[in-house]
Design a protein around this ligand. Sequence first.
Ligand code: 4NP
Length: 155
Amino acid sequence: MKPAVLFVCLGNICRSPLAEAAFRHAAKEVGLDVGIDSAGIGDWHIGQPPDLRAQAVARRHGIEISGYRGRQVSAADFRLFTHIVALDHDNLAALKRLRPKDATAELSLLLDHVAGRAGAAVADPYYGGEQEFALTWAEVAMGAAALAERIAKTA
Ligand code: 4NP
């Protein structure tokens, strides 16, 4: 099965679209043929573009994400994706509750893939400002690069 990675946060408008963007870039860098998407635990932002502050930080790094649209994670995702990657512990706990019996996807936290950061969360920047979004970008970029390298080694 071709690898496919789904990034999941609470709203799918800040952290997981940034993780998706960073991973699209990282996968290209290592020549990885992989499916990539992101989704939210909640349903508030279905069909909406990413938060303008997330769009801005991605654009500062040369990546356009204004065309992304929010969606909610579904039971089918646990069979369609090989890897489901949560941004924080609440997201991971929610995914474990949603996971159907026939799930095949491997669940992890994004920062589990970064040496020395296993078990750490990417903090929610929603109530923060530019600095928080800059930190989010730095963390998702690190996680995305490490995950792309790991999957490239096993794919
Ligand atoms: P995200 O941030 O989970 O990184 O997309 C949030 C976006 C929206 C909300 C919470 C977190 N919200 O409560 O609407």
